[in-house]
Write a protein that binds this ligand. Structure first.
Ligand SMILES: [Zn+2]
Ligand SMILES: [Zn+2]
Length: 377
């Protein structure tokens, strides 16, 4: 009798456990990127398509994907001038946002209304986001479309300037039309990253003209058909440093240029945002190390973020010897070995490292000074 009771209890327990397993199917994968002083770090994708242009998913699916992928904000940006599903789905430039927005409210994902003004090069394709009425962007002349967007308070950025559909050699070119956009306040940012395509020219132009760095997926198919999640591949995204998590704060941050682009394990942006991001990600097991001559110490450095940091020492070997190459893997602790020789001069030493998976301009990396005092007695 007792055996039967045990059997019933254990069967019930098994049912509870297996239903728990089923309930855990829909898990959001959080992206660990720390906030920086004064700002929240929001993970965003401002360029994607649905069946309301040439995409292959219903608008609500984009919100579910964003939730599962740990994003905070998305913009749905269907083409105005390219509507290949119009035989099945009537052209309605405002409808994708209308459908996606309530799902965003439920899941705490900011869903921004946008459109892709899709013209031949020049000026090419431009996204206008934070618009109220996408219908106003359907005009003969692209200048009028962008002016209409600007009148609605839109943030406008140039998409994939190096796209091979426009530039056969994959090199982005700046035309008079882009100078016109700049002069008339009709361009606020450029995609330095579109999907898998990085544009060094776009990065230079962002620096030269003080435009916002953008990095987006431009996803058309279900996201899992474009990124290999089995290999932990990361979708392209823009990290936005916003005063709070709200649509208004994202808009303010984009106009102020407070972004960094995340491309797999590479962070692209201005030093003023890359350095605080590194500093907020990394912690040390000592803030002061006192060494004698012919001495050594293993400084433990923990990277709490989801992005690795690849460091190359900038300290000359004469003063003291420091591990030359250190990779700080995500969620791991690495060691920097600091050794002194017989000839080491007395006094303080600053530990400096170049972070080579951070790009401030093509081929350039920022140098971090670790907040650890090293004193040689
Ligand atoms: Zn495009
Ligand atoms: Zn697009």
């Amino acid at each position: 009798m007792k055996t039967l009771k045990t059997l019933i209890i254990s069967s019930l327990l098994l049912i509870v456990i297996s239903s728990l397993a089923i309930a855990q199917g829909n898990q959001r994968k959080e992206i660990k990127m720390p906030d920086i002083p004064g700002y929240k770090t929001l993970k965003c994708d401002f360029h994607m398509h649905t069946v309301f242009s040439d995409g292959n998913v219903w608008p609500t699916v984009r919100v579910y994907e964003a939730w599962l992928d740990g994003l905070d904000a998305i913009a749905i940006t269907d083409h105005i001038e390219y509507q290949p599903h119009s035989k099945d789905i009537p052209s309605n430039f405002n409808r994708a946002h209308e459908l996606a927005s309530p799902v965003g409210d439920n899941l705490d994902i900011i869903v921004i209304k946008g459109s892709e003004v899709t013209r031949k090069m020049p000026p090419g394709h431009l996204n206008a986001i934070f618009i109220n009425d996408a219908n106003a962007l359907k005009t003969e002349d692209w200048r009028d479309a962008l002016k209409a967007a600007k009148e609605q308070g839109a943030f406008i950025f140039w998409n994939h300037p190096n796209w091979r559909g426009h530039q056969k050699d994959g090199i982005a070119r700046w035309y008079d039309e882009h100078s016109y956009l700049l002069k008339n306040g009709l361009i606020n940012g450029i995609e330095v990253l579109n999907g898998y395509e990085y544009s060094p020219e776009a990065q230079r132009w962002c620096l030269e003209h003080n435009l916002t760095f953008m990095g987006n997926t431009d996803v058309h198919d279900p996201i899992r058909m474009e990124y290999n999640y089995m290999e932990n591949q990361r979708r392209a995204m823009t990290l936005v440093f916003a005063k709070e998590k709200s649509e208004g704060a994202v808009k303010e941050a984009l106009f102020a240029g407070r972004t960094v682009v995340l491309f797999n394990d590479t962070l692209i942006g201005k030093e003023e945002f890359l350095l605080p991001l590194f500093e907020a990600s990394v912690k040390y097991n000592r803030d002061k190390i006192v060494l004698k001559k012919k001495d050594s110490f293993n400084l433990q450095v923990t990277n709490w973020s989801d992005v690795p940091f690849i460091l190359v020492s900038q300290n000359g070997k004469e003063e003291i010897s420091v591990t030359q190459n250190v990779t700080l893997l995500p969620g791991s602790t690495g060691i920097i070995k600091i050794s002194t020789s017989e000839k080491a001069p007395s006094g303080g030493v600053k530990l400096k490292f170049k972070v080579i998976n951070m790009w401030t301009s093509p081929g350039e990396h920022p140098v971090v000074t670790l907040p650890v005092k090293v004193v040689v007695e």
